[in-house]
Design a protein around this ligand. Structure first.
Ligand SMILES: *Cc1c(COP(=O)(O)O)cnc(C)c1O
Length: 394
C-alpha cells in the first residue's frame, strides 16, 4: 500500500508505535533514560544560534531529554494535539496552564464541578494575583456565551466533574468561547487521551494528571499539557518561565504505562460497568453517578463525545448514618482507602470534600467514590455486598 491510500491507524496501533526510534538506540525497542543537565554544542555559532522557541530539540536538561520528548510526543499523537509538555504532577499541569492565560485584571470562567485543588489555586493564588474567577454551572452548555466578558481570558472545563460526575457539553462551550476568541482549557484526566478526543471537540489546551491512567500503576506522579498549534508557545513558554521540569526516570515510567493504556482502560471500563450496574440495582443504593450508565443524566453527551469511560464513579447511597458509611468503607478488603485513581487497584473514599458556589449540589444520601481496578468483578462485588450490609438508616 502506498502512503496516500493508507488510512490513519487505530489508536491501539498508534500507541504501540508512536515516539519510537530503535535505530537511534542500538536497536532497543524503547528509548533509554537520559539523565543530564548540560548539552554540548559543536561551536559558538551553533550554541548562540539556538531558537529559544524550539522546545523539541536538545539544548538544556530543563527543557527535556530524548526520554522526555518521547513521552510527550506519544501523548500528543494519541490525543491528536500539536505538542505536549510534561510537568511534575496533574495539579502542576492545571496551575501552569491557568497561569499561561490568567493575567491581572482578567476574568476566568471555571466549572463549579472542578477538581478541588484547582479551585484552591483559583481562590487563593489567582484571586491574590488580581484575576476575577467566576464559577459557572457545569451544565451551562452554549449558555456560557452570556458569561463571557471582553476581559475573559479562558474557559476552564472538566468533564465529567470530580466527585459529582456531571457531564459538560464541551463542543457547545467551545463554539461559544471561540466565537469571542476565548481559548478553552479542559482537565481531561477522566477522559484520557485514549477515550476523549479533546481537540476534535474544541478544546485548545488539554490537561492530564498522568499520575492516573497514563502512568497507570500508582508508581509515578506526572502531569501533561497538550495544546493546539496556536496555543503551544503560550503554554510552553509559561512552563519554561517557571523553570518546571520532570525527571527522565518518571517520563520513562509514564511512557511505559501509556503503551498499555488501551487494554487497561477497555478492561477497567467493562469492570466498572459491571460493578456500577450491580450497585444501581442494590436496595441500599439511590443512584450511581457514572455517565457510561444509560440512567445517568450525562449519558447522551458522553455517548456522543467519548470513545469510552474511565473506571471512576460515585454512588449516592440511601440515607445512612455517617458511622455506618465509614464502617462500609473500612470493612472493604479489596478497595484501598486513599487519594488518586487510574492504577491497577481498586479504591474507595467517601465523597464529601467538594465545594460548590455557582450551583448547589444536593444528594439524597451519603456519597462514596469508587475506582475499579483490574481485580475480578465477582470479588469486588462480593466485597461491596458485605460492606453495604453494614449500612444503617438514620
Ligand atoms: C488527581 C487529579 C488531578 C491532579 O493530579 P496529581 O498528579 O495528583 O497532582 C487533577 N485533576 C483530576 C481530575 C484529578 O483526579
Amino acid at each position: 500500500m502506498t502512503g496516500s491510500t493508507r488510512r490513519p491507524p487505530h489508536k491501539d496501533t498508534l500507541i504501540g508505535h508512536a515516539a519510537r526510534d530503535p535505530q537511534r538506540f542500538d536497536g532497543m525497542v524503547n528509548p533509554p533514560v537520559f539523565r543530564g543537565s548540560t548539552v554540548l554544542f559543536e561551536d559558538c555559532a551553533t550554541y548562540e544560534g539556538r531558537d529559544p522557541d524550539d522546545y523539541k530539540v536538545m539544548r538544556y536538561g530543563v527543557h527535556g531529554t530524548p526520554t522526555t520528548f518521547a513521552f510527550e510526543d506519544a501523548v500528543a499523537k494519541l490525543e491528536g494535539g500539536h505538542a505536549a509538555v510534561a510537568v511534575p504532577s496533574g495539579l502542576a499541569a492545571i496551575t501552569l496552564a491557568l497561569s499561561a492565560y490568567a493575567k491581572q485584571g482578567s476574568h476566568l470562567l471555571v466549572t463549579d464541578s472542578a477538581y478541588g485543588p484547582a479551585r484552591n489555586f483559583c481562590d487563593r493564588r489567582l484571586s491574590a494575583w488580581g484575576v476575577d474567577v467566576e464559577y459557572y454551572d457545569p451544565a451551562i452548555g452554549a449558555g456560557i456565551a452570556a458569561l463571557i466578558r471582553p476581559n475573559t481570558c479562558a474557559v476552564y472545563c472538566e468533564a465529567p466533574g470530580s466527585m459529582t460526575f456531571e457531564m459538560q457539553d464541551i463542543p457547545a462551550i467551545a463554539a461559544a468561547a471561540h466565537a469571542r476568541g476565548v481559548p478553552v482549557l479542559a482537565d481531561n484526566t477522566w477522559g484520557t487521551p485514549y477515550f476523549f478526543r479533546a481537540f476534535e471537540r474544541g478544546v485548545d489546551v488539554s490537561i492530564h494528571a498522568g499520575t492516573k491512567y497514563i502512568a497507570g500503576h500508582s508508581d509515578t506522579l506526572m502531569g501533561v499539557i497538550v495544546t493546539t498549534e496556536a496555543q503551544w508557545l503560550t503554554v510552553r513558554r509559561t512552563v519554561a518561565d517557571f523553570g518546571t521540569c520532570v525527571s527522565p526516570d518518571d517520563c520513562w515510567l509514564a511512557l511505559r504505562g501509556l503503551r498499555t493504556i488501551g487494554v487497561r482502560m477497555r478492561h477497567q471500563m467493562q469492570s466498572a460497568l459491571t460493578v456500577a450496574r450491580w450497585l444501581a440495582a442494590h436496595p441500599r443504593v439511590s443512584r450511581v453517578l457514572f455517565p457510561a450508565l444509560e440512567s445517568d443524566p450525562g449519558h447522551a453527551i458522553w455517548k456522543r463525545d467519548f470513545d469510552g469511560a474511565a473506571s471512576l464513579f460515585a454512588v449516592v447511597l440511601e440515607p445512612a448514618t455517617d458511622e455506618s458509611v465509614i464502617a462500609l468503607i473500612d470493612s472493604l478488603q479489596l478497595f484501598g482507602i486513599g487519594s488518586s485513581w487510574g492504577g491497577y487497584e481498586s479504591l474507595a473514599i467517601r465523597g464529601k470534600h467538594f465545594r460548590r458556589t455557582a450551583t448547589p449540589w444536593t444528594a439524597e444520601g451519603p456519597m462514596i467514590r469508587l475506582h475499579i481496578g483490574l481485580e475480578h468483578t465477582d470479588d469486588l462485588i462480593a466485597d461491596l455486598e458485605q460492606g453495604l450490609a453494614r449500612l444503617v438508616a438514620p
